[in-house]
Design a protein. Structure first.
Length: 424
């Protein structure tokens, strides 16, 4: 086992004094790699990527330390000229008439300090539709941008992120630099956004795949597409591969009538196994609304062997989502604390719809009266009364599964939530 030289020890002291200095940390990683301490080099490169997700040098160094081929050099894309501002500048207008109109938000007590960011990309944001084998460069979105949901963050940190951030400990304990996590829960609660945040935490590329990207009418093409998806992720390692609606990609083979789909599921299982360590640096996240329809073989140890229940947003998360979707709308005297209380059990998508409905109310009233007015609490509370939680049908279905088909305790966390909410 290689030992650290005095020079490396001095560099560690310098990095500890300036932890945000990316070039200094990368120099330390180069020294560690040259001394044969590849695991320690991977750890330093990973921290550098967290501070500078788009740093090509840090990414190349991490791949060298992991024994992966370096990516082909790419020509930098020209920086587009800044687009001219569009739309009405509500912030400037508000400053001009600050003495004449009420404030946009009012405080009715202690409020959350959650960041102004959308919790769920599938809750009204614009995450973009995934194209076949399109890989996004490391993003700046991290778990700090997810409002509230502290329990989910802690579970992710303990079960998934901590081992990936400390590869030298993983090697010591025989833990491979790969992982599989299955997220499940009602639709519209932020599973896709959480997957992107995990990629940001790891400083990794992000690749989203659904059944539309894989399925093909010609025999054998679906299996080939599945293989190419994983090959692309391996070439882009470190990479988070997000399998959206995995119940369609990996449905129970016992229920399938078409042999082609069974072969596609078999190919997915083969790729997840990553024979020979081919999946080093590929972190597989999967999401589904119906985990009971996922083939049991997918949850075998070494594949998607960890699960995470993603529930409707809690109070801090609801405040962050509401603030995000109201940020560019003309509002006045909005009491977020009161609005958060009356929106319990609503998903991220429901909250986005609530803000849209309140805007429609104010727009229609302005059109009828000929007097433009702001969106107020009356509009928002009226919309909240009309919107029923879209999560209710999911919980109605999940309740029976959790009570009568809880093999191995997979749904223990869901049962605890249902009891806490008195939905059993």
């Amino acid at each position: 086992m290689s030992t650290e030289s005095p020079l490396i020890q001095s560099m560690r002291t310098a990095v500890a004094a300036a932890p945000n200095d990316v070039p200094l940390r990368l120099h330390l990683a180069e020294l560690l790699l040259g001394a044969g301490l590849s695991e320690a080099a991977v750890a330093e490169a990973a921290v550098a990527l967290q501070h500078a997700p788009g740093d090509a040098g840090a990414r190349t160094l991490m791949m060298r330390a992991m024994g992966l081929p370096a990516p082909a050099a790419e020509q930098p894309e020209p920086t587009p000229a800044p687009a001219p501002p569009t739309g009405f500048d509500w912030a400037a207008a508000e400053n001009e008439v600050a003495d004449a109109v009420p404030p946009r938000f009012v405080t009715s007590g202690p409020t959350s300090t959650a960041p102004e960011a959308p919790l769920a990309a599938d809750g009204g944001g614009d995450p973009g539709e995934a194209m076949a084998w399109e890989v996004d460069t490391p993003g700046t979105v991290t778990l700090a941008d997810v409002g509230g949901m502290e329990e989910i963050k802690e579970r992710l940190e303990a079960a998934f992120l901590a081992p990936m951030r400390n590869p030298e400990l993983g090697r010591l304990y025989g833990k491979s630099l790969r992982g599989g996590l299955l997220m499940y829960g009602p639709p519209g609660c932020g599973k896709t956004f959480i997957a992107r945040a995990v990629a940001g935490e790891l400083g990794a590329s992000f690749m989203s795949v659904s059944i539309n990207d894989v399925l093909d009418m010609w025999m054998g093409n679906s299996e080939r597409n599945m293989h190419e998806v994983f090959e692309t992720a391996r070439r882009q390692a470190p990479c988070v591969l997000f399998l959206d609606e995995v119940d369609a990609l990996g449905a129970k083979r016992s229920r399938m009538q078409h042999g082609g789909m069974r072969n596609t599921v078999n190919q997915l299982l083969t790729e997840l196994d990553g024979v020979g360590g081919a999946n080093e640096g590929v972190f597989v996240l999967a999401a589904t609304n119906v985990p009971w329809d996922v083939d049991i073989a997918l949850r075998r140890p070494g594949r998607l062997d960890r699960t995470l229940l993603v529930l409707p947003p809690d109070a801090p998360a609801r405040e962050a989502i509401l603030r995000y979707h109201l940020r560019d709308r003309p509002i006045e005297s909005v009491d977020l604390g009161k609005l958060v209380k009356v929106t319990e059990d609503l998903s991220g998508a429901d909250l986005a719809h609530l803000c849209e409905s309140a805007s429609e109310r104010a727009l229609l009233d302005s059109s009828r009266t000929g007097v433009v007015r702001m969106i107020d609490m009356k509009d928002l509370l009226g919309a909240a009364k009309e919107i029923r939680p879209s999560t209710d049908p999911w919980f109605a279905s999940a309740r029976n599964v959790a009570m009568f088909a809880n093999e191995g305790g997979m749904y223990d966390e869901l049962l605890a939530y249902l009891k806490r909410k008195r939905k059993l």
